[in-house]
Design a protein around this ligand. Structure first.
Ligand code: FES
Length: 119
């Protein structure tokens, strides 16, 4: 089995507790969010109307869309409330030696990610 490839995306110091930041990697718009010390990587675009989730409030393991308040669980991408039932993708994250890296092929739970035909 091929070893998953991690791409360096940010310095740890860029990510403030309780906040997200948007990034782009190989055509994917990704939000990195530090919450209670852990860094999560999720799709940045809200599936409702493409707001940047990176700028949404973070609370209780969830991030809310800043436009119409759809709420998503950071660890799974599950949609919990709001105007869309569609969840978002998560990405596997590694943080070490002051660097944050993500894997496009794996979800946060370590499963192989489904890739859409648009990728
Ligand atoms: S754009 Fe995110 S809930 Fe509408």
């Amino acid at each position: 089995m091929q070893k998953p490839i991690y791409h360096r995306l940010a310095n740890s110091t860029e990510l403030e507790e309780g906040k997200g930041r948007p990034y782009e990697l190989e055509g994917h718009r990704i939000a990195l969010v530090r919450h209670e010390g852990t860094v999560y990587a999720i799709d940045d675009l809200c599936p409702h109307a493409d707001a940047s989730l990176a700028f949404g409030p973070v609370e209780n393991g969830c991030i809310a869309c800043p436009w119409h308040y759809a709420e998503f669980r950071l660890s799974t991408g599950e949609a919990l409330s709001g105007p869309t039932p569609r969840g978002i993708r998560t990405y596997a994250v590694e943080e070490s030696d002051g660097q944050v890296s993500i894997c496009l092929e794996m979800t946060a739970s370590g499963e192989k990610a489904e890739t859409s035909s648009e990728d």
